[in-house]
Design a protein around this ligand. Structure first.
Ligand SMILES: *Cc1c(COP(=O)(O)O)cnc(C)c1O
Length: 608
C-alpha cells in the first residue's frame, strides 16, 4: 500500500524501511522528526515546513521558462511574483524571499496589509504587483512604495481606480508607479475557481473600457506609465486548453493596445493557476499538463502572436502561488482513539444457552478459514439480519443482540484478514460495513478548510508501518464538535489504515500539500487555532529543527476574540473564592491548575 505517493508526492517523499522519508540529502523520516519535536513537549498537530521544497518549485519555474525561451528564441524577459494571499505566514514568506533573491523573485499584494508586507520584506528592486480592489488610500500607498524605490505595478481593476491614480499623480509631486490593466477575457478557466476569469468575472476591464483607459492615459500624460496587462483565469487550472485560449486573447489585446499608442506597454502578466496534483488515486488525476508544456505553450503562443502582429515580444510575468507553496508544508497529526475497539472477543457475553443463530455465528467465527472465508461471511451477515429481526419482535434480548454485533464484526475482520490478498470488489463493500473511526488530534476547519469548504482532497497516509498491509477501512474524525469535521470512508477513494492500540503505540497521519491557502483560510471553530509549527532544514549529515512555534495558548485565543483577559481571570478567581465546597488549600490548588490550562494550547494530549 503506497497511498498513491507516486501520483502526488513528486519525488519529494518516498517510502523506505517502512517509513515515509523526505527525499532530500540525508533523507530523514517524518516520524523521526515528529518524535523529536514531541520530545520537546509539543503535543497536538504539528505543521512541518520544508524550505528546500520552496526552493525546488521556484527553481523549476525559472528553469522551465528559461528552457522554453531558449528553445523558441524568445526575447522578452521572464519574471515571477509570489501572491501573498496563498500563504502570508512569516516562516514561509521569509524563506521564500531569501530563496528567490537570486532570481529577483517578486511579491504580489491584494490588500493594504499585504502591500505593506511586500514593501517591508521584498528583495530590493524585485517587482511588486498589486491586484484587487483599491481605494484612494491603497493607491497612495502604491505611490509611497514607488517613492521608496520599489519596482511596483498597480493593476487597475476598474476605471474609477484609474481616476484615482490620475488624481493622486497630480497631488503627489513625485514619480508615478507602473500601471497595469486587468483585462476581462471572454475565455475563462474551468473548475471551481473559474469565476476569476471570463466575461462575467468579478474583475477586469471590457474592451470598451480598455479603449477608454488608453484615452485617459494619453489625456493625463500617464501613457508612459502603462506597462502591463494582466489576467488571471482562476486557480488550479486542471486543463491547459482554457489557458491557451486566454493567452491568444490576451496576446491580441496586447498587440492592439500597442498599435493604439500604448508605447511603453511591454509586459503580460498571466496571473496564477498552475495546478497541483492532489489526487491519491489514478482514476482521480486532475491535471493534464506538465510545467514544461505550460511554459512552452506560453512562450510559443506569445512569440507567435508578436511575430504575426509585428510587435515587440512582451516580458512575461506569472503569479503562481499554489504551485510554489502547496508542497512545502506537511501537517502531522496523532491518532487519539479508534472507535470500534469495543468489538473484541472479551466483549462476548455468551450464555450457557444461546439462541441457535447466535451459536451458529460463534461456530462460524471459530472455524472460519481462507478457503471458506467469503461463504462464512455471507452466512454471518444473513444470520445477523435474522437476529436483528428477532430482536425487533422481542424474541431475543439485548445481550444476544450485543453478542451478534460483536461476532459479526469479528468474523468480518477475520475474513478481511484472510482475503486481503485477493482483490475482490466484494471485499471493498464489506469494508464499508466495518469502518473504523480514527479520532485525530486536529481540526479540519483549522487545518484543511478547503476540504470542508469545497471538498478538496489532500493526500493522507500513516508515517510508519508501511511494510504491513493496512486492513481497516478508515474514516477520519477531527476533535471539533461538528459532524462536518469528518473525512468519511469513500468506496471510490478508499483509505485503509492499520489496526492499532493507542495505549501502547503512537500512530501519526501525514496530510500533504497543505502549504497553499489552508493556513490563512483556517477557521478557529471550537477555538482550535493554527497548529504548532517547525521549519526543517536538511543537509548531508542530518537535519535541523528551527523556528518552533507552539500553537497559541488558550489565553491568547480568548484575547483574540477581544475578551478582557484581566476580567476573565478576575471572574474565575472570584468564583473560586466564593465556592463553599472546598477548603482554602484546594482553592489555591485549583487556581494554579486553571492558570496552567489557560497558558497551554487547546489541543488534546495523547496518552503517550
Ligand atoms: C489568487 C491569485 C493568484 C494565485 O493563484 P494560484 O492559483 O494560487 O497560482 C495569482 N494572481 C491573482 C490575481 C490571484 O488573485
Amino acid at each position: 500500500m503506497d497511498y498513491g505517493i507516486d501520483i502526488w508526492a513528486n519525488n519529494n517523499f518516498y517510502i523506505d524501511n517502512k517509513k515515509v522519508k523526505v527525499n532530500h540529502k540525508s533523507s530523514p523520516s517524518l516520524v523521526k522528526i515528529t518524535k523529536e519535536i514531541r520530545q520537546r513537549g509539543i503535543r497536538g498537530p504539528i505543521l512541518l515546513r520544508f524550505p528546500h521544497l520552496i526552493e525546488k518549485q521556484i527553481n523549476l519555474i525559472y528553469e522551465n521558462f528559461k528552457n522554453a525561451k531558449d528553445e523558441f528564441g524568445y526575447r522578452g524577459s521572464f519574471n515571477a511574483v509570489y501572491p501573498l494571499k496563498v500563504n502570508q505566514y512569516p516562516n514561509f514568506v521569509k524563506n521564500l524571499v531569501c530563496i528567490g533573491e537570486k532570481y529577483n523573485y517578486g511579491l504580489e499584494a491584494g490588500s493594504k496589509a499585504e502591500l505593506l508586507l511586500a514593501m517591508a520584506y521584498s528583495n530590493e528592486h524585485s517587482p511588486i504587483t498589486v491586484n484587487g480592489f483599491k481605494d484612494k488610500e491603497m493607491i497612495s500607498l502604491g505611490f509611497i512604495a514607488k517613492e521608496m524605490g520599489h519596482n511596483i505595478t498597480l493593476t487597475i481593476e476598474g476605471l474609477n481606480e484609474l481616476e484615482n491614480i490620475i488624481k493622486i499623480s497630480k497631488e503627489r509631486f513625485s514619480c508615478t508607479p507602473n500601471i497595469g490593466l486587468r483585462i476581462r477575457l471572454h475565455s475563462s478557466g474551468i473548475g471551481i475557481w473559474a469565476k476569476s476569469g471570463g466575461i462575467n468575472s468579478k474583475f477586469g476591464l471590457t474592451s470598451t473600457e480598455l479603449i477608454e483607459a488608453i484615452e485617459k492615459f494619453k489625456e493625463s500624460n500617464l501613457i508612459e506609465n502603462f506597462k502591463m496587462i494582466h489576467f488571471h483565469i482562476g486557480s488550479q487550472i486542471s486543463e491547459i486548453g482554457p489557458l491557451k485560449k486566454a493567452l491568444r486573447e490576451a496576446g491580441n489585446i496586447y498587440a492592439q493596445l500597442k498599435k493604439m499608442g500604448a508605447a511603453a506597454l511591454d509586459s503580460i502578466n498571466l496571473g496564477g493557476g498552475l495546478a497541483v496534483e492532489y489526487s491519491q488515486y489514478k482514476d482521480e488525476i486532475k491535471r493534464n499538463y506538465t510545467l514544461r508544456e505550460y511554459a512552452n505553450d506560453v512562450v510559443y503562443l506569445l512569440k507567435d502572436i508578436s511575430t504575426a502582429k509585428k510587435v515587440k515580444e512582451p516580458n512575461i510575468y506569472i503569479e503562481s502561488g499554489r504551485y510554489i507553496a502547496a508542497s512545502h508544508a506537511v501537517l502531522i497529526a496523532p491518532v487519539l482513539e479508534l472507535f470500534s475497539q469495543e468489538y473484541t472477543e472479551e466483549k462476548l457475553k455468551l450464555k450457557d444457552n444461546n439462541p441457535p443463530l447466535v451459536q451458529e455465528l460463534y461456530e462460524l467465527y471459530d472455524t472460519i478459514n481462507s478457503a471458506y472465508a467469503q461463504e462464512y461471511l455471507h452466512d454471518s451477515i444473513d444470520h445477523m439480519n435474522s437476529l436483528l429481526t428477532l430482536f425487533d419482535l422481542g424474541y431475543i434480548d439485548l445481550i444476544d443482540r450485543s453478542n451478534t454485533e460483536v461476532l459479526v464484526n469479528l468474523i468480518i475482520k477475520k475474513a478481511i484478514a484472510l482475503l486481503k490478498d485477493r482483490d475482490s470488489k466484494e471485499l471493498l463493500q464489506i469494508q464499508d460495513m466495518i469502518q473504523e473511526r480514527y479520532l485525530i488530534n486536529f481540526s479540519i476547519f483549522q487545518s484543511l478548510p478547503d476540504f470542508w469548504g469545497i471538498a478538496q482532497n489532500f493526500p493522507v497516509m500513516p508515517l510508519d508501518r508501511l511494510d504491513e498491509k493496512p486492513t481497516r477501512s478508515a474514516s477520519i474524525w477531527d476533535i471539533t464538535c461538528d459532524s462536518d469535521g469528518e473525512i468519511s470512508y469513500n468506496r471510490e477513494q478508499p483509505l485503509f489504515l492499520h489496526e492499532l492500540d493507542v495505549t501502547k503505540e503512537d500512530y501519526f497521519l501525514g496530510f500533504f500539500l497543505v502549504g497553499a491557502y489552508q493556513e490563512v483560510l483556517g477557521m478557529k471553530h471550537n477555538l482550535f487555532t493554527h497548529p504548532s509549527e517547525a521549519t526543517i532544514t536538511i543537509d548531508e549529515s542530518g537535519y535541523k529543527i528551527e523556528n518552533i512555534l507552539e500553537s497559541q495558548s488558550i489565553l491568547d485565543i480568548i484575547e483574540d476574540l477581544d475578551y478582557d483577559i484581566k476580567e476573565l481571570k478576575e471572574k474565575l478567581d472570584k468564583k473560586i473564592k466564593k465556592s463553599k465546597n472546598i477548603d482554602e488549600e484546594t482553592k489555591k490548588h485549583i487556581s494554579k491548575e486553571i492558570y496552567l490550562f489557560l497558558n497551554d494550547n487547546g489541543y488534546l494530549k495523547t496518552i503517550n
